[in-house]
Structures are given as C-alpha cells and as structure tokens.
Design a protein around this ligand. Structure first.
Ligand SMILES: [Zn+2]
Length: 471
C-alpha cells in the first residue's frame, strides 16, 4: 500500500515510475525475453507456437504466476498442437478484468532474402532484426513484462489482470481467438483489452503522433459468377460470360460506396488536421464540408488510398478467372471482389445495392463465408481506458496528439469487440521511413528499434498500472 501511495504521489510530480523498478535491469531482461521469443520459429506455416508457449509458461512458473493452456484438438491431425496460454493475477473484483494480448505466431519467411537470419534476433545499429519483431513479439514481450512487474511489485489490483498469448492470429483464428471466444470465454472475459494494431509514428527520428486502433474494417469477400453457353470463338455471342464479367467489374470499380464516418474516423481526421500542414489541414477539414467533400474524396482515391478506404466500405476486384483457349467461348467466368466493410455495414443491403450497380441478371453474387469475422461497434473514446491511454501516451511521447484509428486490415480484436470487450490496439514507436525501405512488419528485414521496445514496455506497464491498480 505504501508503495502505491508513493507511486501515485510521484505521478503527480513527474513521469510516474514505480520506485521499486530498476529500469536498466528491466531493459536487459526485456531484451533477453524478446530475443528468445524472436529466435523461436513460430511461423505459420512452417513453425509452431508450442515452443513459445513452453517458454512463456516456464518464465511465469518461475515467478509464481499460474497459467492455463488451451489447445483446440485437431481431429484430422492430432500431431498438430497449437496452444494458447492464459495467465491471471487476481484483483479485488471492484472492476471487471483487463486483458493484455500478444500473438505468438508470425507470418512465414523466405530465409534466403534475409540479410540477418529471420530467427537471429541480430542486434545492429540500435535495431533488433527478425520475424515478429514488430508483429507481434513486441506486444507479446511487453505484455509479459507487464504481468511480471505487477506480480513482483505486489501491486494491489482493482481488477484481474489477464495475459493472453494467442496462437493462429495470422491465418487460423479457429485454433486461436475464435476457439477461445467460443469455448473458453470466461477465462479471457474482460472490460478492456490491449493488443496490437497501434503504433507511435516517428518521422526523421521525431515522434509525430500516437495511433490507437479502436475499430477495424471487416473482410467480406464476394464472387461474381457469369454463366452462358460455350461456343466457337469465330461466332461472337452476346451471352459471352467474359464480356458480362468484364462489364460488371468495370461498373463495380467505378462505383464509390457512400462515405460514412464513425466516432473513430471523425476524431482521427479532426486530430490529423490539427498536426498537418495548412494545405493538408484544409483538405482533412473539407471532408465534412458538402461543397468540398467530393474533391477531397477524389484526392484520397488518387493520392491517399488508405484514407479513401477508411471513409467507406471498399471493393477491390482481385481475381478474374475465365476461359481456357483462345478460340473457345467459355461457359462461365468469375471475379473475386475483396470487400472491406465498415464495422456497421448491413451486408444484406450492401449486396442488394451492389446488384443494382451491376444491373445484369446474368451475374450471380456469391458471398464467401469461409473466413467470416464478426462486425462490432468501435471501442469508445470517452471511457476510462481511452483516457488512460491518452494521458500515459502524452507523458511518454512528448505530449503529441493521440489519434484513434480504424484499421483497413483485420485483427483478432474483432472477435473480442463482438463479445463486448472494449479493445485498444497499441504499439511501439516505428520510423515511418522504415516500411517503404523494406524493414516493416511482414518484410524480409523486419526490425525494431531497441530503445523503442524498452520505451514501449514502460508505456505498457504504466498503462496497466493506471487501469488496473487499486485506487
Ligand atoms: Zn499481428
């Protein structure tokens, strides 16, 4: 108790750092755990999450933190074992739990393209290289360090702290988050969740803004299918499925589904305007101005495609399949559309509208249901969790703006949000120049700034204390 009073007493005066933490020592420990995690090949496909879980369990056991392992049995192949780990430190139950998440799998690698081995955790020029260094072994290591520190400091908690190391995020949610949510939800149920999906943007070595993921678009694929009568290519037919598919794809591509902002994207553009050049500011502010919005949206479509995707349900035709030789009119043709829906999109209505845009009875619309992810409302911007993230971020990152963001891609938080958990994606500082230079997540030279990893651990820990420590 005394320690906590000291902790919060000092918080009022300066950057709050628990007195009992020797951060230089914690940095060393962070690097040791992080490097060990990166050295494990947990690629999907090719590697396994099990050694990661074994490693984490051993670390937690040593500290007296109990953990549970949940593994979905693979009936087709029992030799495949892809475990998830859940550890919990109990609080006094005044508030509902806080869940901190990292995923243990990574995307696979083409090892010969790597200058430093993908599982080397090679240190050079202030960076650590390796698969997963920014997706998601950084969050995994930070969440691990957070729960270790809470335990060691004996912090009294107003809510349970739950650490989840989940498998299968990159391509197989059925053994990871979907399995946990469907079959073990009481073990991970929480009021708030912190996971991947956010970052701290650095440009030319200077922190520009902190982004916090509060919602995401939902992937919804659809196939357009045209059927007709096969025939000789020397006698063109009006019913040729290739012609029908080509026209349908052209119409879909010309169509812009209507712009619709939510709390997250509205706040995002407002705050982005606040830290932009005068020209950009005028543009971002013009988005909601009826006289300027068309021009701004067109500018986005040409120059800022990610922003264009953030303001509407988007459609990208990515596969066309038809025909097998030049003198045969085929009897069918197909196009696959990658639809990324706004979180609140009514897909039944959307498909109806899409049909009327295509306006061709020959074209059948076949929604792809294989990887169905749940839609959910954005997490709130006016609750205890978001306020805590904002204030801790401002303390750690030079008082820069905190931008709530909607990912155009998907994360496992969609499953948790659909169960009512308020989820926030956070992450370490990344140089915006790094991605285009080929050092980003999923690249062949994935890397993290060592100093940024250490700072992220401090940030993560302080956020956990702010949200969970007894007050
Ligand atoms: Zn990830």
């Amino acid at each position: 108790m005394t320690r906590l009073i000291l902790l919060f007493g000092s918080a009022l005066l300066a950057f709050p750092q628990p007195k009992s933490v020797d951060w230089a020592q914690i940095d060393k420990e962070t690097l040791a755990h992080f490097s060990a995690l990166v050295r494990i090949n947990s690629t999907d496909p090719g590697g396994s999450e099990k050694p990661v879980v074994d490693y984490l369990k051993a670390v937690l056991d040593r500290e007296g933190i109990e953990s549970k392992i949940f593994t979905r049995t693979n009936l087709a192949d029992p030799s495949i074992v892809r475990p998830n780990l859940v550890a919990r430190i109990k609080g006094n139950g005044k508030k509902r739990p806080l869940l901190i998440v990292g995923h243990t799998d990574t995307v696979n690698v083409d090892a010969k393209k790597w200058t430093h081995g993908p599982f080397s955790a090679h240190r050079e020029g202030g960076y650590v290289y390796g698969r997963g260094t920014v997706d998601d072994k950084d969050n995994l290591a930070a969440a691990l360090m957070s729960i270790l520190l809470v335990k060691r400091q004996g912090v009294a908690l107003d809510r349970d702290l739950i650490f989840l190391a989940e498998a299968g995020e990159e391509g197989n949610t059925s053994i990871g988050i979907a399995f946990l949510v469907n079959e073990h939800f009481p073990d991970i149920e929480a009021e708030f969740c912190l996971a991947e999906g956010g970052s701290v943007a650095r440009e030319r070595g200077k922190v520009k803004f902190v982004s916090v993921q509060t919602t995401e678009k939902i992937p919804r694929g659809v196939k357009l299918v045209a059927s007709g009568v096969a025939g000789h290519g020397s006698v063109p037919l009006r019913s040729n499925p290739v012609t029908h598919i080509a026209k349908a794809v052209a119409k879909v591509s010309e169509w812009q589904p209507p712009m619709r902002l939510n709390d997250t994207t509205r706040t995002y553009f407002e705050r982005l305007a606040g830290i932009s050049t005068p020209e950009e500011k005028e543009r971002y502010n013009g988005l909601l101005n009826p006289e300027k919005t068309d021009a701004v949206q067109e500018y986005f479509a040409v120059n800022e495609p990610r922003h264009n995707s953030m303001i509407r349900t988007s459609i990208s035709p990515n596969i066309i399949q038809a025909g097998y030789r030049f003198n045969v009119i085929p009897s069918s043709a197909e196009a696959s559309l990658d639809i990324r829906a706004l979180p609140d999109e009514d897909m039944t209505k959307f498909y109806e509208t899409l049909k009327s845009v295509i306006n061709d009875p020959v074209i059948k619309l076949v929604p792809q249901t294989g990887s169905a992810r749940p839609g959910a409302p954005p997490s709130a911007l006016n609750n205890e969790a978001f306020r805590a993230i904002e204030s801790v971020a401002k303390r750690h990152y030079d008082g820069v703006a905190v931008l709530p963001t909607m990912s155009t891609g998907a994360t496992d938080m969609a499953f948790l949000r659909a169960k009512g958990v308020q989820c926030y994606g956070i992450g370490p500082a990344i140089d915006v120049e790094d991605g285009p230079k080929g050092f980003g997540a999923h690249s062949d030279q994935e890397r993290i700034l060592e100093s940024s990893l250490y700072q992220f651990v401090k940030f993560h820990h302080e956020l956990v204390i702010e949200l969970a420590a007894a007050k």
